[in-house]
Design a protein around this ligand. Structure first.
Ligand code: MN
Ligand code: MN
Length: 264
């Protein structure tokens, strides 16, 4: 059950209308890493999750993401105060015929600089900053907790980075404060999902089938640029080997072991 509490989760401040920034901010409303995508990702995972603790966490975070969506929506409306319909009216006059009387250039300029939602009457629209419509294709839930939690961690990392990039382009102190709140909550969510993943023991490899023991620990040296003498350090192998406890064996001659079979 949902009850709508009309108080926002955090005060949304926008000091000056800025339709151009609203266009960028649409990324976090109807975009691939935006708040609606996050809410739908975690709700669908929660409903299908048999483990009570994970279901509870997923539903809590999904609900918070809807509260974020509400905040981003509020910011979009404040950024577009007086626009775009009022601006379009100024350019168009009362009827479409005005467009055919020498005002094309003004209209085109407004269309390219105002938010993508200019033709849908302004406000918050279910699209990203380039005008792509929201789609469930952006949600990659698989129904296996260790795979989905890793994807959730990556989704939170992306959401954090998109907020960071928006903050860096934002000159409005009030909005910066709002975006910093939202960015920080994505940091918190990432840590919650990291904890949920760590609580799955074992969580690697994902699923039940272990794979072939030797093959799973083999680093295949497929890069020509490092296929020289043994002292020509294979930096990819060093990177893989040096930073985890899994342990790799280096296969320096994959060609020598290749199948006799050839591609048809
Ligand atoms: Mn969020
Ligand atoms: Mn989040």
């Amino acid at each position: 059950m949902f009850l709508h509490n009309k108080r926002l989760m955090y005060t949304v401040r926008v000091d000056e209308p800025n339709p151009q920034f609203a266009r960028l901010l649409l990324e976090q409303f109807g975009g691939a890493n935006g708040e609606l995508a996050a809410a739908m990702r975690y709700f669908t995972q929660a409903w299908n999750e048999p483990d009570g603790a994970r279901r509870s966490m997923l539903a809590d975070i999904a609900t918070e993401e809807l509260s974020h969506l509400e905040m981003v929506g509020q910011a979009l409306v404040l950024l577009q105060r007086g626009t775009p319909s009022a601006e379009v009216d100024k350019v168009e006059g009362d009827y479409l015929g005005d467009l055919l009387e020498g005002k094309h250039e003004d209209y085109i300029e407004l269309s390219t600089t105002a938010p993508a939602s200019v033709l849908s009457g302004g406000g918050a629209a279910l699209m990203d900053s380039s005008g792509k419509r929201f789609t469930a294709d952006w949600i990659d839930t698989l129904g296996e907790p260790s795979a989905d939690l890793r994807s959730d961690i990556a989704a939170e990392a992306r959401a954090k980075i998109v907020y960071e990039r928006l903050i860096k382009q934002c000159a409005d102190p009030g909005l910066k404060d709002t975006l910093t709140f939202l960015m920080t909550r994505e940091i918190a969510h990432q840590q919650m999902f990291e904890s949920a993943l760590a609580a799955l023991v074992p969580n690697f490899p994902p699923g039940k089938l272990p794979g072939d023991e030797a093959l799973g620990h083999t680093y295949i040296h497929d890069s020509d640029s490092f296929a020289g003498p043994a002292d020509d350090a294979p930096v990819g192998f060093d990177l893989a080997q040096g930073n985890n406890t899994w342990g790799f064996e280096l296969d320096a001659d994959p060609i020598g072991k290749a199948a006799e079979q050839q591609i048809l």
